[in-house]
Design a protein around this ligand. Structure first.
Ligand code: NAP
Length: 435
């Protein structure tokens, strides 16, 4: 056996992901040494409760509650505790004591990324986070390295498995939101408190990470427009189906080309949107994730797979550990994050997309003309109109497909429609993505 240089690896957290990472590090130690060019010695695992049962059988002597002592002297620190504190302080301590960092902590990176990357830059350390945006799916390295010579124009991601599972079951089985959420909780696809998923906080964190990388720009979480899926009902899913579309929770990161005076800007937003069934993202079923990238030279690329799961996510974490080890062996300073483009981030009102507006209107002569004139006055141009009449109750349903319109114009126009005497109810307004 080759006598490799030994690197000390400290693991913080042994939950769903951490326990799998520890198990694989121990099981494949010899093979990983050959790949990394260094022997990866797991020197300890910091947890809250050293006696708690683990998903994987691990040597009891590795466990400690003293993360700070464990970090001292480590070459690579893997942070898999989650949350902001003590993860943030532990990572900063590890960077300042000379370690490289591997983390899957999207919540931390989306809120304190610049602080952590700056600290790493100061001392020439590296921060690896392949598992933070889409679990097992390799997307960070493709954006950071493979596409480093290209210009990314747009990313559309299904980056939350729970919401994709819910929307997919609503689409394929006609189940209502509340029922499928309950089943998802029973099956363990959704947390007891599902807020982070269904209100799209989790997807917004991932969108901030992906957009920062793709556009070489610091994207604070507050700049990400966020809407969850709680307003999506069976009727909206059925309307989408009739239009040969499907509703997906999409993280959209887009480069906008403004006028010469304005220059380029970006938009980062997460919301449920309609996409045509022929789009590759429409075929992402169940709890799977996918990230669709459009780049100037490369064209369209799609990355697909498991966006979560302990052992699946451990694969991405271990890839980062091997990269960190190789860097240690090769020497030199780590390559920091590139945020030099620092493009302005536009508010949602400046974004342009197509829309589907569904209205319940009075079924009488002249209604269509009134609706058309409100839309035209609001600067919203109509592409398609479909009218169905509900038998007996004097109500008609209008489904209006618009040409591309600016969000601020669309919002004020929808308000004007809602206030009009001929409109009984605005049933839904959905954006259309992926044209
Ligand atoms: P988890 O199951 O909740 O495990 C968290 C672990 O951290 C536990 O072992 C816990 O110790 C330990 N811990 C928490 N607070 C601690 C503290 N103050 N001091 C010491 N140890 C502490 O979490 P997870 O699902 O493995 O997720 C870990 C990270 O990976 C998170 O950032 C998450 O967002 C990310 N991630 C997870 C997935 C996934 O599928 N689960 C996918 C992608 C990314 P005890 O066991 O003793 O309580």
């Amino acid at each position: 056996m080759i006598d490799y240089r030994r690197l000390r690896v400290a693991l913080l957290g042994a939950g769903a992901v951490g326990s799998q990472v520890a198990g694989l590090l121990l099981k494949h130690r010899a093979e990983l040494a050959d790949r990394a060019g260094a022997d990866l010695e797991l020197v300890g695992i910091a947890v809250r409760d050293t006696t708690a049962p683990r998903d994987v059988e691990l040597p009891q002597e590795l466990f400690t509650t003293d993360a700070e002592s464990l970090i001292l002297g480590a070459d690579i620190v893997i942070e898999l505790m989650g949350g902001i504190e003590p993860a943030r302080s532990n990572i900063l301590q590890a960077i300042n004591s000379g370690a490289d960092i591997v983390t899957a902590n999207k919540a931390l990176l989306a809120t304190h990324g610049p602080e952590i990357f700056d600290a790493a830059d100061q001392v020439g350390a590296s921060v690896y986070y392949e598992a933070a945006a889409a679990g097992a799916i390799p997307i960070i390295r493709p954006l950071r390295d493979s596409l480093a010579g290209d210009r990314v124009n747009r990313i559309m991601g299904i980056v939350n498995g729970t919401t994709n599972y819910i929307l997919d079951r609503m689409d394929t089985e006609g189940v209502d939101f509340g029922d499928v959420l309950k089943q998802a909780q029973d099956l363990g696809y959704a947390e007891a408190d599902p807020t982070a998923d269904i209100e799209a906080y989790d997807a917004a964190q991932k969108a901030a990470i992906l957009a920062s990388l793709a556009f070489h720009t610091t994207v604070p979480l507050e700049a990400v427009h966020r809407e969850g899926i709680t307003s999506i009902d069976a009727a909206m899913i059925e309307l989408a189906r009739k239009a040969d579309m499907v509703i997906k929770l999409l993280a959209v990161c887009e480069r906008l080309t403004g006028t010469d005076d304005e220059g380029e800007s970006i938009s980062v937003r997460v919301y449920p949107a309609l996409i045509h069934r022929s789009h590759p993202l429409a075929s992402v079923h169940g709890a799977n994730n996918a990230v669709f990238v459009e780049a100037e030279a490369a064209g369209s690329l799609m990355f697909y797979g498991a966006g979560a799961g302990g052992v699946q996510t451990a694969s991405a974490v271990l890839g980062d550990v091997v990269s960190a080890a190789r860097r240690h062996v090769a020497g030199g300073v780590g390559v920091g994050e590139s945020t030099r483009a620092n493009l302005p981030i536009v508010p949602i009102g400046r974004v342009t997309t197509r829309y589907h507006i569904t209205l319940e209107v009075t079924d009488e002569a002249g209604v269509l003309a009134t609706v058309a004139s409100i839309l035209s006055e609001g600067g919203v141009s109509v592409a398609t109109v479909e009218q169905t009449v509900e038998p007996g109750d004097g109500t008609a349903r209008l489904v209006i497909g618009t040409h591309t319109a600016q969000e601020s114009d669309l919002s004020s126009t929808v308000e004007a429609l809602a206030a009009s005497a001929v409109v009984r109810r605005v049933v839904s307004v959905l954006r259309v993505e992926g044209d």
